[in-house]
Design a protein around this ligand. Structure first.
Ligand code: PEP
Length: 248
């Protein structure tokens, strides 16, 4: 049986208090599509207000630290984001892997810390354009997934997001065949890594998904949803993606 579609918006470093109304509008669209799991990961400064304003709508964090507490200036523990109202966290986004030099081991530890705190985790993996051009995309992503994979994983808290780095924020999207090939490879790798229960782990596609291409991408086998950046900032843009997911 196919998994419920899961559509998550990653607001990155966008959003002030004035944009809380956009989250409320998006939550209303999500409520109108109860067969879809939808959520927004706003900047940390908006998590508490967003989760209070839209109870029942899944608010997440964009990152968390793997340590429970300590001398990590500027970082946030899983307990802190949970207390603010997040129910899950993205970990290992390619922007953090590049900008903050996060390693696969860091990502694994962050996912395990999220689970320990009772949070879900969305682990991001994806190849660069050079790696794809060299024919290495599947190998690179499978190695990244294996090394970032948390101990004790299960589908009730773990989600994988395949995000080709070259497709993020560029308006470029891989072909449907390439997405199908990669998601099938990730599904096979998940079976190797966790055995039983791996079919229920949702694999999201991320990278320039929008209202115009969502239906086609979401129809690809093993694409269980989307991780969406730019097109998640307003209900006008994000709503059609949730609606497209509702058709499955
Ligand atoms: C992302 O950063 O996770 C993302 C998918 O961004 P965009 O949709 O803007 O490509």
């Amino acid at each position: 049986m196919a998994n419920r579609k899961y559509i998550v918006g990653n607001w990155k470093m966008n959003g002030l208090q004035a944009q809380l109304s956009d989250i409320a509008e998006i939550a209303a669209v999500a409520a109108a599509h109860p067969t879809v799991d939808a959520g927004i990961c706003p900047p940390v400064t908006l998590i508490a207000a967003a989760s209070q304003a839209s109870p029942g709508f899944a608010i997440g964090a964009q990152d968390c630290h793997f340590a429970a507490k300590g001398a990590h200036t500027g970082c946030l523990s899983t307990a802190m984001i949970k207390e603010a109202g997040a129910t899950y966290s993205i970990v290992g986004h390619s922007e953090r892997r590049a900008d903050q030099q996060e390693s696969d081991a860091d990502v694994k530890a962050k996912a395990e810390a999220a689970h320990e705190a009772g949070l879900g985790a969305i682990i991001c993996v994806g190849e660069t354009e050079e790696e794809r051009d060299a024919g290495e995309a599947i190998d690179v992503v499978c190695v990244q997934l294996s090394r970032s994979f948390p101990d004790g994983a299960s589908a009730d808290w773990l989600t994988i997001a395949y995000e080709p780095v070259w497709a993020i924020g560029t308006g470029r999207v891989p072909s449907v065949d390439d997405v199908a090939e990669m998601h099938a490879a990730i599904r096979t790798k998940l079976a190797e890594l966790m055995g039983q229960g791996s079919d229920a782990v949702r694999i999201l596609y991320g990278g320039s998904m929008n209202g115009g291409n969502a239906a086609e991408l979401l129809a690809v086998p093993n694409v269980d949803g989307g991780l969406v950046g730019g097109a998640s900032l307003t209900a006008e843009k994000f709503g059609p993606i949730i609606e497209a997911a509702g058709a499955f």
